[in-house]
Design a protein around this ligand. Sequence first.
Ligand code: 3H9
Length: 675
Amino acid sequence: MSVITTSRQGDVLILTSDNPPVNALGAAVRQGLQAGIEEAAGDDAIKAVVIACAGKTFFAGADITEFGKAMQEPSLPTLVDAIEALGKPVVAAIHGTALGGGCEVALACHYRIAVPSAKIGLPEVKLGLLPGAGGTQRLPRVAGVELALEMAAKGDPIPASKAKAAGLVDRLASEDSLLADAVAFAGEIADARPLPIASEKPVTVDPAVFDAFRKANAKRFRGFEAPAAIIDLIEKTAGTPYAEGVQAERMGFMKLIMSVQSAAQRHIFFAERKASKIDGIADDIALRDIKRVGVIGAGTMGGGISMNFLSAGVPVTIVEMQQEALDRGTATIRKNYEATAAKGRMTPEQVEQAMGLLSPTLDFDALGECDLIIEAVYESMDVKKDVFGRLDKIAKAGAILASNTSYLNIDEIAASTSRPQDVVGLHFFSPANVMKLLEIVRGAKTADDVLATAMAVSKKIKKVAVVAGVCYGFIGNRMLMPRQMEAMKLLLEGATPEQIDRVHVEFGMPMGPFQMSDLAGVDIGWHRDPTRIENIRDALAAEGRWGQKKSAGFYDYDEKRNPSPSPRVAEIIEEFRQKTGTPQHAITDEEIVERTLYTMVNEGALILAEGMAQRASDIDVVWIYGYGWPVYRGGPMFWADTEGAKKIVAGLEKHGFDVAPLLREKAEKGERFNK
Ligand code: 3H9
């Protein structure tokens, strides 16, 4: 059966696409739509056309899986021009998300009707691309340059109501009668002439908007090629006829689709979706029912974890040992919600709704009614074992017992219960209510349905989850260790914190290793004995240089938290250089990359070979969503592929590192980590 079905209602021809899951505009869809347009052109009895989609959404864009392959005719640009040139009104009937090519099809239609819940957007930029089927030309003409810049350069979809206000949607349909409303609309405008043709509209613009937009978003766009290309393109073509503009768009699209950045961003799009698939577990495995969640510990982590569930409408029982800590934790949760509401991202009613789902208590036994209990207490094996031993006695049968440990052995924790099959690691990243990443740690005895339920729960609370095996630091923190260690050694050998951080920031990280230490707290993990000074970090901590919170760490900070190089830190580093007798040499930026980033790839290769990550792309997802690795570099393993394993092996050997056997094998065979 064709993916496009045609039907008629009176003199309206309805073209309906049914190409699950998201009605991507693959070759068959394009061919079917073109045939429908030709049918309408050749039949005088047809006065108007409606383009609609079955299933959960209007076209969600070009079929990304076709990129890089020979393009079958008609191409999307050809198709959208044919729709616009039909000479009879075409109405787009939009539900779900009209994205990318889907938005471009809608823009080529003469009229657009959408249900209120629909969203419309040009997310190509998130794939390192620019809209390539007229979007950069028709959208400014239909909705104005400013909205076009917002939508195309940032890539976030807008709701139907906003689209209506901007003239991007002509009419809102009733939520449950879109097709009927669209057909009625088509009937009303069947004879209206001239047809509103987007590509023929003039663009009016104040030339100052472009620089203002660049400036306002400089931080967000730093390092990315696509947003700059989109802004330049819209600016350059704003005064030119459509035919010229669309030509420039085509060239811009072809250039970006060949770029490493776009390959990296498309890799991450699919990697994120692949990460939710657990090897060896069937998709349809029966899940455990999670109606109430328990959280042990109302500190920063426990509070943040709780917020994820409260925001998703799941009741939470939060347990502390002292009333004061419980009150403080509850107050922080409320304060965070109120701050979100103050920014307009939540209503006061939603704040109360979320808070209403929270049951703070000092009674550990109250966890007995929870289906999933997450421990977020002090990072000590003895403490964790004690907590799990107590949980074992009171948790209901079948409850999932999770630890938020960042490093510790889940199997050892599980062994302190009589039900290791119910124990799993759920490693949230701080701040837990904000960070997208969740490492789900699979213990030796973790049951399949526990793992699958944890994955389903992660989706419910809008996290991107990755399955990790039991090893010290799991995937993310384990790879962080060689980086931090080398960064410290480089200081002794002659580098400065500023140089090392600059190299990382220029690479695209949000901050370098020392800026990160200062933000997280130099005192984290410190032994708290000011007389025991074994390394630079101890020396800083002993002097109260605990980072941003003390206005002094690896940097000095002014009252606005602007950092500057610290003469005192330079002295401390010098003292340690002398004390340890470390020979100095001029350290190049290249050496910093090799020693702090190649070593991460090396650790990633070990993790992969040991089966601690299911696939290389999972490691990439961890670093993109947990540590701010630049998405345009596709994560450490994708980046390793673009550098080439050979070059990385050579770089590691130059500095005397043990090369992971898997990395060496990739280098010898000329293979990539990500196929
Ligand atoms: C473009 O349009 C270029 C044009 O300007 C010019 C061309 C010349 N293609 O996300 P989900 C798959 S660029 C192929 O889990 P949700 C996805 O991989 C495109 N496949 O569902 C997954 O497969 P699997 C611009 C696609 O409900 C399955 O569909 N458009 C595409 O959470 C379900 O996806 C975009 O960038 C695609 N375009 O979210 C939109 N989209 O089951 C990209 C999805 O095997 N898509 N798949 O893992 C999205 O943002 C979300 O998928 C959407 C649904 C919001 C639509």
